[in-house]
Design a protein around this ligand. Structure first.
Ligand SMILES: Cc1ncc(COP(=O)(O)O)c(C=O)c1O
Ligand SMILES: N[C@@H](CCOP(=O)(O)O)C(=O)O
Length: 465
């Protein structure tokens, strides 16, 4: 198995190098050169497997034999033993034909743990085998940062620097990033929004001198292994609802387009997915793009679902590559136009292809709050604001016999103020996190300036050559 860049001007890599690379050297994102596929009979044979066994079955083809099978199996089992639910990602029925896929039973209460727990172990293994050290950078609107810090804290071979937007994450999210006592963890509060943080991370990758000097790696969903690990829960939930003999639909709260792209990948691999529905908050660039065919950046607005306050949706580039028959020249044209004028128009054939695969809708803050309240009243289920955006969008779709699964991407206790304002209940953190808000914080505030951030990192990483 080899990995190719969406922009076609970076070296083709094997699995381990793609995992360490993060962003490709041409600014593109890595994708498998071909999609591994499973036949209906092979998917049927997955019924009854536990989550870790299913993950091993689905992910092994992506490794291209680069990681010994017994080692990979151990890493997967270790990763999912950190989850506090036996099913790892349980499915909960909330209506006649509607389900919520709970992805928040990991250490930091968000879906990011599903991939990050595995990614940290994979990176550690590859670095140890090579005798290397890496500097990890990540941009976060709140959840990726906490999950990454939890997964990488104390690891000998990595230093991790997480950039989060100053004053724009929830207090729980902030504490999850700023209270680690591990020496290899650095939380940077950037004077800007998430898109600024993500822009800084991409600029660092595109500064090849810096990149090579500090041996830069990334843990955002630009890293293929993040998407790869998220494919598994589409299979686990669809299989438990009757796949491959029955199609299943998914509505996904979306920001950086990583989670829903994993659903698209699952479909390419043979999973019978009927609808894949993008749900956004007021930062609705993706819903607008599907409607108009024009991807146009506007300013980010702060909402009650802050982790989705994103207008530069990284993984959409992976979809553009797919929808353009994997022609990197087309992707390069789109990205050049985006850089120059903040917009590009998707070619008619590609747009038709995207519209054929995806639906899209948005939820305002009022609609999100109302959804939290009415869902609680109707079914006793407490949604977090991100999941509520998807619930709202799913409930507005025409009725169908196909089961609809809404991805529950965060635990409501990560956003107690928004949940309380919506329904009068302030969800408590689980017992094992109960001291979090009293712990001492440690973080550095920096302006959104590449040179200052690079300088800060250069002076602290142990990877500098
Ligand atoms: C709680 C939560 N829900 C949804 C999303 C959107 O996921 P993605 O960026 O993969 O589209 C994020 C982060 O982006 C998140 O943290
Ligand atoms: N919502 C995310 C934003 C970063 O997304 P990623 O999936 O690309 O890491 C967050 O919580 O940080």
């Amino acid at each position: 198995m080899h990995y190719v860049s969406t922009r076609g001007e970076a070296p083709t890599l094997g699995f381990s190098d793609a995992v360490l690379a993060g962003l490709a050297r041409d600014g593109g994102l890595y994708l498998p050169a071909t999609w591994p596929t499973f036949s209906a009979a092979e998917i049927r044979a997955m019924r009854g497997l536990g989550y870790a066994d299913l993950a091993i079955r689905i992910l092994t083809p992506f490794l291209g034999g680069e990681i010994k099978q017994d080692v990979f199996e151990r890493l997967v089992r270790e990763a999912y033993s950190t989850f506090r639910h036996d099913a790892v990602c349980p499915l909960v029925q909330t209506g006649a034909n509607s389900f919520v896929l709970e992805l928040f039973h990991g250490p930091t209460l968000a879906f990011k743990d599903v991939a990050m727990q595995l990614l940290a172990r994979l990176m550690d293994h590859v670095l140890a085998e090579r005798g290397q050290h890496a500097t990890i950078v990540g941009a976060t609107s709140g959840d990726t940062g906490g999950a990454a810090i939890e997964a990488f804290a104390g690891r000998e071979r990595t230093d991790i620097f997480i950039l989060f937007p100053h004053g724009r994450v929830s207090p729980v999210q902030q504490r999850q990033m700023t209270t680690s006592t591990a020496a290899n963890v650095h939380a940077l509060s950037i004077e800007g929004n998430f898109d600024d943080c993500q822009g800084l991370v991409k600029d660092m990758f595109n500064d090849h001198g810096f990149r090579d000097r500090v041996q830069l790696s990334g843990v955002n969903s630009i890293n293929w292994a993040r998407i790869m690990a998220q494919i598994v829960y589409y299979f686990s939930s669809a299989i438990s609802l009757g796949a491959p003999d029955r199609p299943v639909s998914f509505t996904v709260p979306t920001g950086n387009f990583g989670d829903i792209f994993a659903g698209y990948a699952a479909k390419r691999m043979g999973l019978p997915i009927d609808q894949l529905v993008i749900a956004t908050n007021d930062n609705d660039i993706l819903a607008r793009t599907l409607q108009s065919g024009e991807y146009r950046q506007t300013g980010v607005v702060a909402t009650t679902s802050p982790s989705m306050d994103i207008q530069v949706s990284s993984n959409f580039e992976r979809l553009l590559f797919e929808a353009s028959d994997r022609d990197p020249a087309v992707v390069r044209r789109y990205m050049a136009s985006l850089k120059q004028s903040g917009a590009f128009t998707i070619e008619a054939k590609a747009l038709a292809g995207i519209r054929g695969e995806f639906g899209a809708g948005r939820a305002s803050m009022d609609e999100t709050a109302a959804t939290i309240r009415t869902t609680l009243e109707a079914s006793g289920y407490l949604l977090d604001p991100h999941t509520a955006t998807a619930f709202h969008v799913a409930s507005g779709l025409p009725g169908s016999d196909v089961p609809m699964v809404v991805l529950a991407t965060a635990h409501p206790a990560k956003f107690p103020a928004a949940v309380n304002a919506a329904c009068g209940i302030e969800p408590a953190l689980p017992k094992w996190l109960s001291g979090l808000m009293e712990r001492k914080e440690k973080f550095t505030v920096l302006p959104s300036e590449i040179k200052m951030v690079e300088d800060y990192i250069s002076r602290r990483t142990r990877a500098a050559g």
